[in-house]
Design a protein around this ligand. Structure first.
Ligand SMILES: Cc1cc2nc3c(=O)[nH]c(=O)nc-3n(C[C@H](O)[C@H](O)[C@H](O)COP(=O)(O)OP(=O)(O)OC[C@H]3O[C@@H](n4cnc5c(N)ncnc54)[C@H](O)[C@@H]3O)c2cc1C
Length: 363
């Protein structure tokens, strides 16, 4: 077990593949910056790999005070054993108080291995992180400046705050897209600490011959407009309505988990707690009930239009514009009007006015 070091730094594992940083550690950086400032300690990024020369500057520009760099040919490709060994050596040496990871495939593999070896706690898939105090009920002892690891629990029906009193470092993974991507500050300066850690071929149980990564079919996080369909769309064939509406708006097609599970569209398009978290200018939810797990991924959209034939559907609680009725009648009318009157841009700016203008759809 690692000593509790109350002056320890806040760390972000700077996941990279083939010399390119993943988005999640960069997204994590703004939250980690605030945590470090609240605690009055330094924020450090930990960068492991082989071809990583240019990434340190980027990490500093995104908020790191320091970057610990471990550069080694044997760290070219991610492997659980070698990366966990290096991270553990660094954690034992520097005793950070908080270590954060993206809940990516790599983060989900690496963080539990480190937690188990360091006998530290780990909360997976956090949606928020805060610093706070906690008084234990039993002995009324006040624990100051703990990491509050906040995440949905019991199928998303409650939001749990998880703390870790004495098994440090406090560790958490955070899902992609949950934290907004900060703007880089190109004037920021930071310290680069090169760490020499012994690593031998015996630390790598696998020989990686080639790597194949399937690119995502859609980049929902970057989309300005999203048209999402749910189980209410009815079938994979009828999901063509969602594709058509998305196409005429230059939008990204998305879906609820139920629509994905029913095979209407590929999983890369899923929005929600176990899908992607999005914040587009406009989110059009078609035949989606608006379960809490779906809302978790889209409620921060700037404008939400919901089309549903149930006036009591929960999606209407977060929608700015409600269209109550049968999607099979409404969506073709929307497509027709958007095409005829070229109101694509107006839809993105003020969907309700654009739809009123159409005189076809009652909003
Ligand atoms: C741990 C966990 C994680 C989850 N993660 C996610 C997630 O990431 N994303 C996600 O979406 N869900 C997630 N879910 C599932 C979630 O709880 C819901 O089951 C799911 O979101 C429902 O999808 P839906 O709204 O498309 O389907 P339904 O709940 O079946 O709703 C269909 C809606 O369509 C409407 N409708 C039907 N016919 C029409 C019509 N002709 N015209 C207009 N409206 C019509 C109905 O009124 C209804 O509101 C998760 C669940 C759990 C337990």
């Amino acid at each position: 077990m690692i000593d509790v070091n109350r002056q320890g730094e806040v760390w972000v594992f700077a996941e990279q593949h083939n010399g390119k940083l993943e988005d999640t550690p960069l997204e994590l950086m703004s939250k980690a910056r605030r945590l470090a400032d609240t605690l009055g300690v330094k924020l450090a990024a930990v960068l492991l790999g082989s071809d990583i020369k240019d990434l340190t500057i980027k990490l500093i520009q995104f908020g790191a005070d320091k970057v610990y760099v471990v550069k080694h040919p044997l760290l070219q490709s991610y492997q659980t054993n070698s990366y966990a060994k290096v991270m553990l050596d660094l954690i034992h040496k520097h005793k950070p108080q908080i270590v954060l990871y993206g809940a990516t495939v790599t983060g989900r593999d690496l963080a539990p291995r480190i937690a188990s070896a360091a006998k530290a706690g780990l909360t997976a898939d956090c949606t928020d992180l805060q610093i706070g105090d906690h008084k234990t009920a039993k002995d009324k002892k006040l624990h100051k400046n703990l990491l509050f690891q906040i995440r949905p629990a019991f199928g998303g029906n409650i939001i749990a705050t998880i703390i870790n009193l004495d098994r440090w470092p406090q560790m958490a993974t955070v899902r992609e897209g949950v934290m907004p991507m900060p703007e880089p500050d190109v004037t920021r300066q930071g310290e680069i600490v090169t760490e020499n850690i012994t690593i031998t071929p015996e630390d790598l149980p696998l020989e990686i011959l080639a790597e194949h990564k399937r690119p995502k079919k859609v980049d929902l996080k970057a989309a300005r407009i999203i048209v999402a369909g749910g189980a209410g769309v009815g079938s994979r064939e009828n999901f063509k309505l969602i594709w058509d509406l998305a196409n005429c708006l230059g939008a990204a097609p998305a879906a609820s988990r139920a629509a994905v599970d029913l095979g209407f569209i590929d999983r890369d398009h899923q929005v929600g707690q176990t899908g992607t978290t999005v914040r587009p200018s406009l989110y059009i939810a078609v035949g989606i009930s608006g379960a809490i797990q779906h809302q978790a991924g889209m409620s921060q959209s700037q404008k939400i239009v919901a089309i549903n034939n149930d006036p009591n559907a929960p999606i209407f609680q977060v929608a700015h514009y409600k269209i109550i009725g049968d999607l099979n009648g409404i969506v073709p009318k929307m497509i027709k009007t958007i095409k005829e009157k070229s109101i694509k841009e107006e839809m993105a700016i003020n969907p309700v006015e654009a739809l009123r203008l159409s005189n076809e759809v009652k909003v």
